[in-house]
Design a protein around this ligand. Structure first.
Ligand code: DHB
Ligand code: FE
Length: 280
């Protein structure tokens, strides 16, 4: 049977992609940020998962504002990347696993999450940068990857509670897949940032750290918060952090925290990294 062996969270800042391409990861500005991923990369190296489900938000590459699904899942065998305006050179395409995706989609829909199923899906920096940070650059990626997109762009957005419940349903979906497979769930985006308006550039370190603690030990605290409260505390784009709750829900009631890291600011964002393992 398929098994969820762990969960990862990471921000998905576009400038990170340029830092990798330009060989800047050990420069003073970037070093501490990238060093925060070392234990996660070592864990991935040791565990050799077969597949990662990347929970991210599309920023206008695959879905534009005229049509935005609340939750969408890729059901293809290949996902192409394209530059959506940050000047990032497109990466090699990612291998998916269409039969696995269809199983997950069917299970989620049976559990009352009415997913949009995408047999074609372009993936943007929200998906690609976490893959590059965690696995390096490849012409052939060493792991299968499934995009699961959450609308954090066009209101009304799903709540943190709804994302948490989606994660719980995702656990049931993955664990009912009959093939032996080691699966990792990556929740991307966040933490606090706002890219436009009067509060552009705001970061809320105390709130970010409280969210990290909640996601590890007390997800109910974050799940109880309204989107307007989260946006007040974390900024209009800080709402992306609700996607970490999908990862958290998929790990079960208790978790062991194998690694946590926080760095602010990087680009416009408070950036957090978590590596969690389900503990029953
Ligand atoms: C930044 C962060 C994001 O999550 C994003 O989608 C775009 C930009 C930033 O920090 O610059
Ligand atoms: Fe983003």
């Amino acid at each position: 049977m398929a098994e969820i062996i762990g969960g990862i969270t990471t921000s998905h800042i576009p400038a990170v992609g340029n830092a990798i391409t330009d060989g800047l990861t050990q420069e003073h500005y970037w070093k501490r940020f990238f060093d925060g991923y070392k234990p996660v990369k070592a864990w991935l190296e040791e565990k050799q998962p077969d597949l990662v489900i990347v929970v991210y938000n599309d920023h206008g590459l695959n879905f534009f504002l005229d049509k935005v699904p609340t939750f969408a899942i890729g059901c293809a065998d290949k996902y192409e990347n394209a530059d959506e305006g940050w000047g990032l050179k497109p990466t090699a395409p990612f291998d998916g696993d269409a039969p696995f995706s269809w199983h997950v989609a069917e299970s989620l829909i049976n559990q009352e999450f009415d997913m949009c199923t995408c047999q074609e899906m372009l993936v943007d920096h929200g998906f690609v940068n976490p893959m590059r940070v965690l696995f390096g650059d490849h012409e052939e990626w060493p792991i299968k990857a499934i995009p699961l997109a959450v609308n954090t762009v066009q209101h009304p957005l799903p709540s943190a509670r709804r994302c948490f419940k989606l994660g719980q349903a995702l656990k049931v979906a993955v664990e009912s897949y009959p093939e032996d497979m080691k699966v990792v769930i990556a929740g991307t985006g966040g933490m606090s940032h706002q890219l436009q308006g009067e509060r552009a550039g705001m970061i809320n370190v105390d709130y970010d750290l409280a969210c990290i603690e909640s996601i590890i030990n007390n997800p109910e605290w974050f799940a109880d918060q309204s989107n307007s409260h989260i946006i007040e505390q974390a900024g209009t784009e800080g709402i992306e952090t609700i996607m970490w709750m999908v990862m958290r829900g998929a790990l079960g009631e208790k978790v062991n925290c194998l690694h946590k890291h926080y760095h602010a600011p990087i680009s416009n964002t408070g950036a957090g990294v978590l590596l969690l393992e389900g503990a029953g």
